[in-house]
Design a protein around this ligand. Structure first.
Ligand code: SF4
Length: 481
């Protein structure tokens, strides 16, 4: 049996030691009043017995050798085995405490080498690349990385690459021109009715392609902390056209519940704010952050939406399933944001597994971004044609809900521009020629266009109900000329 499967199908004949109880068997108690450990051994969120490893994205992409080594163990939890191998003195409760995860992030080459075998080029990258964008990854997220394979998709997104030191054509540190649309520090006001509020400079793990790398851990040049919030809140309060606030950063869920609630409460006091959205990768890189206490607090500030940054189906673990379930159960609509990355998720099958998996996790695929031309990101960028072909491989081949909108965030501040494969091939007279998902062509007579080509305003077909009834009885269809 696959180790992931055994994680969700515990044998009733085996009573695991207290710290071996897998988190998916825990019960989420509404009465928990204390902060993490996010799941105590008695907490449960029950998963059904018939969920296969594929439910969680097809299992982790680990080498056969490594998988065999792991499978040979009798423990029931992937994370538990990782923890015992690399953090033998840490209890399950500590591991499931999001603050422990944050405090014990891997932040140096030496930290990483305890867990992964770094290639020579990766070692070189630590010397040079990690200066521009800080390096950090949670122990949990590190547990998903293939320790032996530098080409492992998750590994490529978080381990520095020497190519980050090379600036490609069209790249810059602020390709979206956000700093030019910032009326007060930490606020970007580009669209008429909504603002982006950069509330922190910190993330639980740093993505090597991050659009906001210029602000990460650079508080001296980019203010994003509670001491700067008031100016942004005052601006929002003065601008009654703002109805939608996106909290981002950095990752707002790296802040404490109290700080987050202070911010949400202040925003909810502004009468014209209709919706609040939180952009985060915490449910993916730090799923322990989603605690009963957090969701109970968030529920007070509806309508509240969450955009979660997902990258690869290997991220769809039981822990992430639990975090998304808790958020969805709290009535928070979940959408995904994914960056299209060469060698990571730019294969149709990988993207389909991710998008289908997200729907099972109750996350609606929302945006697929062309990778922004941030300095040193060329090695991550695919061609637009590749992105379009991935969308074509999804549309019609799977549920429409599983198809995200593919967008380019226009350099210089033009905003998100959707890109669609060409399904409308053109008009032949008033007939539109279409190509369907399978590449077959079909004709659609565009009656309204035909009419409007001959009349400025569409005339009434019938002048009375009697005329209509006569027409129905005789089967006569009348089109004005
Ligand atoms: S989670 Fe988002 S903000 Fe944080 S490093 Fe990744 S891309 Fe940047």
């Amino acid at each position: 049996m696959d180790d992931t499967h055994s994680f969700i199908k515990p044998s009733s004949s085996v009573t695991p030691a207290e710290d071996e109880v897998p988190p998916d068997q825990a019960k989420v108690s509404e009465n928990d009043s204390e902060e993490p450990p996010s799941l105590s051994p008695t907490d449960t969120l029950t998963l059904t017995d018939d969920l296969s490893p594929e439910y969680f994205g097809g299992g982790l992409n680990i080498s056969a050798e490594y998988r065999t080594k792991r499978q040979s163990r009798k423990t029931s939890c992937f994370n538990s085995r990782f923890r015992k191998q690399f953090y033998p003195d840490i209890t399950r409760d500590q591991w499931n405490d999001w603050r422990w995860q944050l405090q014990n992030r891997l932040t140096t080459q030496q930290d990483v080498m305890r867990i992964l075998t770094l290639s020579e080029t990766e070692k070189a990258a630590f010397r040079y690349s990690a200066k521009a964008l800080p390096f950090a990854v949670t122990p949990y997220y590190a547990s998903l990385v293939n320790p032996m394979n530098p080409a492992d998709p998750i590994r490529r997104t978080v381990i520095p690459d020497y190519r980050e030191t090379l600036t490609g054509t069209g790249e810059s540190c602020d390709p979206l021109g956000e700093d030019n649309s910032s009326p007060v520090p930490g606020l970007v006001h580009r669209y008429p009715d909504r603002v982006l509020f950069l509330v922190t400079n910190h993330c639980a793990a740093y993505c090597r392609y991050c659009t906001r790398s210029r602000i990460m851990d650079h508080a001296e040049t980019h203010a994003a902390s509670p001491s700067h919030w008031q100016a942004a809140l005052d601006y929002i309060a003065r601008h009654s056209e703002i109805r939608d606030v996106v909290l981002s950063g950095g990752d707002p869920l790296t802040m404490s519940d109290a700080m987050l609630e202070q911010l949400l409460g202040a925003l909810r006091k502004i009468p014209h704010i209709e919706i609040i959205r939180i952009g985060t990768k915490a449910p993916v890189v730090l799923p322990q952050r989603i605690t009963p206490q957090l969701v109970r607090m968030l529920k007070k500030y509806h309508p509240l939406y969450m955009s979660i940054h997902f990258t690869h189906p290997d991220e769809l673990t039981p822990d992430v399933f639990r975090s998304c379930s808790m958020l969805a159960d709290a009535g928070i609509p979940l959408g995904s944001q994914t960056v299209l990355l060469a060698g990571v998720n730019d294969e149709p099958d990988v993207m389909k597994r991710l998008m289908q998996g997200l729907l099972r996790f109750r996350v609606r695929p929302y945006y697929l971004y062309q990778c922004d031309p941030i300095n040193g990101s060329e090695h991550f960028r695919t061609s637009i044609d590749k992105g379009l072909s991935i969308i074509r491989s999804l549309r019609g081949h799977t549920s429409g809900y599983a198809v995200p909108t593919y967008v380019i965030d226009a350099p210089g501040g033009g905003g998100k521009i959707p890109l669609l494969p060409q399904y409308a091939l053109g008009y032949s007279g008033d007939t539109l020629v279409l190509s369907n998902y399978a590449g077959n062509t079909y004709s659609y007579y565009d009656h309204a266009r035909s009419i409007s080509n001959r009349h400025d305003t569409p005339p009434l077909l019938f002048e009375s109900l009697a005329e209509l009834e006569t027409s129905v009885e005789t089967g006569e269809r009348r089109f004005p000329l």
